[in-house]
Design a binder for this molecule. Structure first.
Ligand code: C2E
Ligand code: MG
Ligand code: MG
Ligand code: MG
Length: 292
């Protein structure tokens, strides 16, 4: 009897797994359709220089403008495409739309750098550099240094030699590379040293934590120091308040991105937003007193 019950439990477990798998297959099919039907949009979130009060760039963040469910965030649909051909098709769409937006911003008089998030599956794909170059070739109005590639430590760690070689080719023609969510992955400084990058993005968990505890503040200070000595630019993400911005600027991180400046917005609204934006007065007042 006990053996039989165990067997039933096993069958029940199998069917839970089976329905989870089925669910993923269905989610992916719906996403595939959305990709083909033009339901995806790249939103842009500004990055600003806190000393000069200027808009220096933007990060492209995907949104699914769902006909019934409204605006869906990447955390709700990207996990379903990991390790599938859809991840490759999606990456094509992201790079192509980002380059189109850069071009259209230029025609509106705004020449800025736009960062895109590189899917781990795409980074590991053979011929990654060639793929980016081919897309740049189709957008002659875009200078390579207007494109920034955000990669995560964990994606790069998969095959450091391959990834480092591909990134080096891209940097050689001026494409910029950022390490996203810095401080949350598993890479060591030894790996970091081997990656050819231009910029570190300080993860929002530290930006949040530094206001509450001295350990996180020490980490932020340490990462800023590390970036300095390696010659990397540094940008803080998840900046929600003027106080956070001021503290970061005083610690030596001048570029900020977060809801305190603006939430990600439809790309079509970005130029008007950038033209109208003024840095908060107490922010600028504090930045004037920064040491050089
Ligand atoms: P990420 O690249 O680290 O993006 C930053 C996330 O923080 C975004 O979430 C952004 O909306 C959010 N954020 C910005 N400012 C604030 C703030 O002040 N406070 C808080 N709490 N959050 C803030 P989002 O758009 O949901 O994207 C989540 C992740 O999905 C991204 O993390 C990125 O890893 C991935 N992702 C987004 N778009 C793409 C894409 O086009 N391609 C790929 N491969 N991944 C993407
Ligand atoms: Mg990012
Ligand atoms: Mg990030
Ligand atoms: Mg993040």
């Amino acid at each position: 009897v006990a053996k039989q019950a165990g067997g039933n439990r096993l069958r029940a477990f199998d069917s839970v797994q089976e329905s989870a798998r089925q669910n993923l297959v269905e989610q992916r099919a719906r996403f595939d359709a959305a990709l083909n039907d033009g339901e995806l949009a790249l939103y842009l979130q500004p990055k600003v220089n806190m000393r000069t009060g200027t808009v220096v760039g933007a990060e492209a963040l995907v949104r699914w403008v769902h006909p019934d469910k409204g605006l869906l965030l990447p955390g709700e649909f990207l996990p379903a495409i990991d390790g599938t051909e859809t991840a490759v098709a999606f990456s094509e769409w992201v790079l192509d739309s980002a380059l189109s937006h850069i071009d259209s911003l230029r025609r509106q008089g705004l020449e800025i750098q736009v960062s895109i998030n590189i899917h781990a599956d795409q980074l590991r794909h053979r011929g990654f550099a060639e793929w980016v170059l081919a897309h740049l070739g189709r957008h002659p109005g875009v200078r390579p240094n207007q494109l920034d590639l955000e990669i995560t430590e964990n994606a790069a760690l998969y095959d450091v030699n391959y990834v480092a070689g591909e990134l080096a080719q891209l940097r050689a023609i001026g494409v910029s590379v950022s390490l996203d969510d810095f401080g949350t992955g598993y890479s060591s400084l030894a790996y970091l040293r081997r990656l050819p990058i231009d910029q570190l993005k300080l993860d929002q968990s530290y930006v949040l934590g530094m206001m509450q505890n001295s350990a996180d503040q020490a980490i932020v200070q340490g990462v800023i120091g590390l970036a300095r000595s390696f010659g990397y630019r540094i940008v803080a993400e998840g900046v929600e308040s003027v106080e956070q911005g001021i503290l970061l600027a005083h610690m030596g991180c001048l570029i900020a991105q977060g809801h305190g400046i603006a939430a990600p917005m439809p790309a079509e609204r970005f130029a008007a937003w950038a033209a109208a934006w003024r840095a908060p007065a107490d922010w600028m007042e504090s930045a004037r007193r920064l040491p050089d």
